[in-house]
Write a protein that binds this ligand. Sequence first.
Ligand code: F6R
Length: 615
Amino acid sequence: MCGIVGYTGKRNVIDVLMTGLVSLEYRGYDSAGIAINNDGEIKVYKAIGKLGNLKTLLEEKKSEITNVKSGIGHIRWATHGGATEFNAHPHTCTCGKLVVVHNGIIENFKELKEVLTKEGCVFRSQTDTETIAHLFAREYGKTHNLKEAVKNGLKELKGAYAICVMHKDEPDTIVATRKNAPLLIGLGEGENFIASDIPAFIEYTKKAIYLDDGDIAVVKADGLEFYNEKDEKITKKIEQLPWEPVALSKMGYKHFMLKEIHEQPDVIRNVLNGKLFDIDEPIVLNEVQIDNETLKKLNRIEIIACGTSLHAAMVGKYIIEDFTGIAVDVEPSSEYIYRKTVTNEKTLVIGVSQSGETADTITAIRQAKEKGAHVLIITNRPDSSMARYADSLIPVSAGIEISVAATKSYTAQLLSFYLLAIKMAEIKNSMPKEYLKTLKHELIQVPVKLEEILNNKEEIKKCARKFANYKNFIFIARGINLATALEGALKLKEISYINATGYAAGELKHGPIAMLDETMPVLSILIPGGITYDKILSNSEEAKARNARLIALTSSEDEHLYDIFENVIKIPPIPEILSPITANVPCQLLAYYISEFLGKDVDQPRNLAKSVTVE
Ligand code: F6R
């Protein structure tokens, strides 16, 4: 969603802001802008659409930009008001002396706007953010101190926010604050950076300070001050960021998505590293505080997540119930928060999130915590807001994921669930040791199997070429791969805008079968050796009888499949219980190549954002 960058120091401020915004582009946006303090005057430049438009505008205005020491920048994903130049950030107060950028939502902006309008403020946009500019400007008028103005203004704001503010009369100062939205400061020599996410300044510094809710940072080129919610001056811990700038490059791939798909074998090795040492040894999850007593006490587990993470949660449910006998419910976070759930101190609540910043899941986790549940978070961002609520944590170690469509983070979430389920079974002694050993052995083999899939993409490309222009697509599966069917369909619709749906194969005859004819491709996930193969084959035959165009995704060697299916995409043999990890990869590639053939914006699909920070 929206992204913030701020800089004060000796470098070319506009270059730093623009590079920062480019590295946040992956979050999804529809307009962008920067504000600079140019020789004691605030200047604001905004453009709708991609950053290239803002760049062109800055080129045109080059002659009026003379001496800049500090600036703030923003990419906006429209919430309040359309994607227009007026609604783009930064926003100024009526006289233009104070300027803000903001991520999040101000819930009481309508009430504030009414009051401020009566006081004489002139509003130019439809955004909630503009209220902040007017509010802080009013407070600045009372104290002539930007930090004090922010402190006093915050008392009236309700909602979630990460904010950066500048005032014309404090040319080398940016004041930053946050509540329920991420913001961090990057530390340099004679320069400092502010951003809503690490990529915005990782090429300049790896030293950073994370702001906590209610903190106010006064950021100057040669100094930093921090104040907590009680206005006490505080010292904050300096963190060493674990990322290398190279993680943000496409490394020769045409798109980040393709690169990230190909990183999956190594991602799995990374996830297993330090957790699965040997098949004879128990799984090590250092930050999971669950012992036999906790497990005995549990009467149920609830897994909450959104989108792709929700599909990982479905696999999690399947294996945790299978391995431990504990009842598991899976629910979208956005539903969980609007009902009276039976959650208490005997419930383990697992929150799954790539970004760790998804607003619905954060709210759900907060509610679960208030009800006394033990909260376990599975996330790719151990530095995220969600991780801060965790009683137990599994960092999924997928590395930064730039493409909006989640790929490697999903695979890493799946792996994390397998490790967690095996660990629970070990603690509970609920599965035969030999079975768990076989599973661990198989998990260690998975990276090589993924490499095999990634080295044999011809059939997938052929399918993509053949079906790219179809308007609809159905994925069917049963059992543990129902999640794979749903995830395959989600990936395809996200990046190609094809109306793709996933169904439990047995449900086809209860309604969706009415849609089948020669214009409908149906992809069946068929894993032999398990309990679902024959039934899915029958369901596929039923689809064929209605002239649907059939594709098999299978590890079967059965030559008869070619009599039923037009295309057969092969994956290496694997026990059905582990097959969601391998079966998903061809679905990712199919979606990628279809999107590519259609000439869509693979990495930044329309209307989507990488981290969804509004409910
Ligand atoms: C799909 C996708 C989204 C996210 C969803 C939840 O490719 O990326 O469906 O999975 O928005 O996001 P996280 O996992 O960050 O909570």
